[in-house]
Design a protein around this ligand. Structure first.
Ligand code: ATP
Ligand code: MG
Length: 466
């Protein structure tokens, strides 16, 4: 007994954890998770695989979340069937994945991710010069699979038939003690995959766990390894982090661990400025609230908010250099997105939505003539309007503007028309501006976007309202 314990301690301390072969078997009476708690899709996938003689378990995040009483985001299945064998068992399924080959099974509206048990990472696994594992599709035993998972609380396998949990690394006890513990040597595991540092922060924030000191300590010095992670993967992880419903907590923890530098290139700059920080925190608090209320939150809104402060600084700069407000805004948007894009692959679609949200901001200022109707019909109106309110909340603009647009949306045809500012005011303003620009010969920097009129030279593509 004692020897077994000592062996276990020694084994876990090694750089490459040796898989434990004997999991603790936790009966349903003690953990309280029943077959009915898992999704019908994952249940049916497990049944289909078992009918053909394979092992199949619900694994990872879903079991962990159920144990803490949270609703799992998705249900993953682990099996000893190879991806090809899985495909033969499930008619509506598809092979996907680059780094790891996995199968997606389509069960009604659910997509179940099915992974084949991974084997111990061999010395010959393909890595980059920093030790990041690039590819490995070596299959192995269930015990080896458990040792390849990142945290002990993620190495739990729920058997839908017996309703038992197989626990290879004391994950259930760690969860009870509110500890997020790495399986194996944390430094080695971070080197293999630096994204695990971000996962540690996200899971700790989401589940209210504290990161075990051994897993926490190396993060600061290893944070730079994130620079080496492909931009698309970083983007996916950041998106998960910011849409976890605990974004504010995640951000605080990212900063506490020194992880905010490499992840969103401009984030560390933004957070150094009080106004930028205020805006980002408000945006994230707003997203957290929406997600906890079960509403959706669009990635474009989120990234528009995260980068807005930087856009406003750039926008001012271009205007001071003599650009008119709208072209200056477009130049600023491009500059900021380009700076981010080099590290963080914001997808093209999201980038174009983000730009639309930003580009609509000055158009909210125009409340005369036909223009407000066009803004109202813009496909991105909703997100842009929410964004406007956020700017009001942050004290960047008068909240009366958001209130006007809320009334305008809710008013009927006649009332709406009456809300429009008199065209006269616009004409007068235009006249004033003409005179002013004639006399100052385009004095740099004194045109605020808030004073834009019909004459501003918006790029043709954006003139959808006329
Ligand atoms: P959530 O679904 O809440 O984001 P999760 O832990 O389920 O969290 P997934 O990305 O769905 O995260 O991964 C499923 C399981 O795969 C994890 O629980 C873990 O066991 C394993 N896993 C995921 N990413 C890694 C990784 N980078 N290294 C090792 N194991 C991982
Ligand atoms: Mg998951």
């Amino acid at each position: 007994m004692l020897r077994k314990f000592i062996n276990r301690v020694l084994k876990l301390g090694k750089a490459n954890p040796v898989a434990q072969t004997e999991p603790a078997v936790i009966p349903v009476d003690s953990h309280g998770i029943h077959r009915a708690d898992i999704s019908s899709g994952s249940r049916r996938v497990c049944e289909a695989l078992r009918e053909r003689g394979y092992k199949a378990y619900v694994v990872g995040g879903a079991v962990r979340d159920l144990l803490v009483g949270a609703r799992p985001k998705d249900f993953d299945v682990a099996t000893n069937a190879t991806p090809d064998e899985v495909r033969r068992c499930l008619r509506r399924s598809r092979l996907i994945g680059r780094r790891f080959q996995i199968v997606h099974a389509y069960m009604g509206t659910e997509v179940i991710e099915i992974t084949t048990f991974r084997g111990t990472l061999g010395d010959d696994a393909k890595t980059d010069e920093h030790g990041r594992v690039l590819r490995d599709n070596v299959f192995g035993s269930q015990a080896e699979d458990a040792a390849r998972r990142d945290f002990t609380v993620n190495a739990l396998y729920f058997d839908p038939k017996t309703e038992q949990i197989l626990d290879y690394h004391h994950g259930v006890a760690d969860l009870k003690q509110k500890t997020l513990r790495m399986i194996g040597d944390p430094k080695t595991r971070y080197r293999e995959d630096p994204v695990r540092m971000l996962r540690a922060v996200r899971l700790a924030a989401k589940l209210g766990l504290s990161i075990d000191p051994a897993a926490r300590r190396p993060i600061r010095e290893m944070a730079t390894l994130l620079e080496n992670v492909p931009a698309a993967r970083l983007f996916d992880e950041m998106l998960k982090l910011f849409t976890s419903g605990h974004a504010v907590k995640c951000l605080q923890q990212l900063r506490a661990e020194g992880l905010h530098h490499g992840t969103l290139p401009l984030l560390d700059v933004i957070l150094r400025e009080p106004q930028g920080e205020k805006f980002v925190l408000l945006a994230l608090a707003n997203t957290d609230q929406r997600i906890r209320e079960g509403k959706t939150s669009s990635p474009s809104f989120l990234f528009a908010a995260l980068l807005w402060h930087e856009v406003t600084l750039c926008w001012q700069r271009f205007q001071q250099e003599g650009e008119s407000p709208i072209p200056a805004l477009y130049l600023a948007m491009d500059e900021v997105l380009k700076a981010q894009g080099e590290k963080l692959a914001i997808t093209r679609r999201i980038a174009s939505d983000v730009k639309e949200i930003w580009a609509l901001q000055p158009r909210f200022e125009q409340r005369a003539g036909k223009r407000p109707y066009g803004v109202l019909e813009h496909p991105r109106f909703r997100a842009a309007y929410d964004f406007l309110c956020l700017r009001g909340l942050a004290g960047e603009i008068d909240t009366a503007l958001g209130a006007w647009w809320l009334d305008f949306q809710n008013a009927d045809g006649e009332a709406r028309a009456q809300m429009l500012l008199p065209a006269e005011a616009t004409r007068k303003k235009r006249h004033r501006r003409r005179k002013k620009s004639a006399s100052t010969d385009h004095e740099a920097g004194d045109e605020s976007a808030h004073e834009m009129t019909d004459e501003t030279s918006e790029p043709a593509a954006e003139q959808t309202d006329e």
